[in-house]
Design a protein around this ligand. Sequence first.
Ligand code: 2M8
Length: 459
Amino acid sequence: MYKDFEEDAADAAIRVLNSNWTGRHTVPATGLYPHQWSWDSAFVAIGTRHHAPARARAELVTLFDAQWADGRVPQIVYDVGRDDDYAPGAGFWGAATSGLVQPPVHAWAAWLVHCADPAGSAREGFLARLYPRLTRWHGYLHGPRRGGVGLPVTKHPWETGTDNSPLWDAALERVPPRSRTPVRRPDLRHAGTGERPGSRDYRRYYGLAETYRDAGCADDAPIGFGMVCPLFSTLLAVSELALGRIAATLPDAGRGPGVDVGGAAHRVPGAHEAAAARVAVAMDEHLWDENLGLYVALDDTTGRTVRRATVNGLAPLLLAGVSTRTGASTTTGATADRRAGTAAGGRAGLAPGRSERLLTTLAGPGFLGGGPYLPSTSRDDPAFDPALYWRGPAWFNTSWLLLRAVQALGQDEPTARLREHFAVAAPGKFPEYVDPDTGAGRGTHQFSWTAALTLDVLL
Ligand code: 2M8
């Protein structure tokens, strides 16, 4: 019976992914998001690898075909020519892509996609093609985007992927709520007003994007917003570890003629693991909040932390089962060892005691202890709102990330709890996010990463 349910849900998830596939990439959702989004494509590839591995590879290759010369991978690759009902569009940027970025899940996704079909991947030279591009992407984040504490800085709330999280409230207050470009809100035709950021937020989002665009998307001058995010930083560290595995698979990667790997350091064995360790150590030193029992954001312009409890701050649990000396990781592991559930040996990627505290916070009243699904913002935070986007609803990508983390640590109770989130995906028509108390769908539906990650959990 349960098995039948899982098969039906998997079939339904595949149907969503098939209908959102454009021939070169997958849109996050028709209507609300009609182009290619960066971290969405990484999550989509992680799910698609199970039933269409060649398409999962194409998804990532299409995205990296739009990579900028400086290494950045754009937040949005506009599907110019297709029905464009998204704002701001390509006209705003005067380019075929946005100049912003999104969290770096890509190397991890590339590794998982490769492991799902190593023969097909080898035939296409998938890893050999992507490795130098992934390395340049990370080089951009470690280089021009490196902030005062050595961690990557996001220049716009859209870059964090968690657009209206309370983590950005104080910094956004300093951004004038106006833009020269009139703000258009086609998004409100596809999702409820109470489920999307407000118009004051949007005026700031536009104004900030204009400032960055008008500075040529250069990173050498401050633009009035610069935030270090524990989720973004964690994903960079996890992806560095995956890049280490990719490099080990391709002993000659980066040495071939004409391949620029964005810095000789990356050709040194262990360089990716060392980069991951540097990120983990910097997060431990600068982002840990002892009172809240999780990691917080840091404002790069003031040097001060932002003491708000969000799911972003639980994400470093992904590094808990990682040895920073060897880079061995269960979370980045192949499908075969996905459910192995044993943490790697050696020193943990986080400072002693931190993973236990994170598990306690995860189980506590602000998160899983306060209701059935994992909220994006702690139920104890004054901004918590069960309907409003990244200020409370439960998102499938963050549940998936935490699920991978607790599975790797062999934590049965939170594993079972986080899996429950995926049981509401198919019956709810693959919602973008859900009410963390009732599981009722919010935002848009037939949402690609919901379908893809549900597939990954079920298969
Ligand atoms: C949401 O963000 C876009 C801007 O990038 C928007 O609200 O229009 C976020 O949930 C983001 O994380 C996601 O990548 C994007 C597309 O699904 O939608």
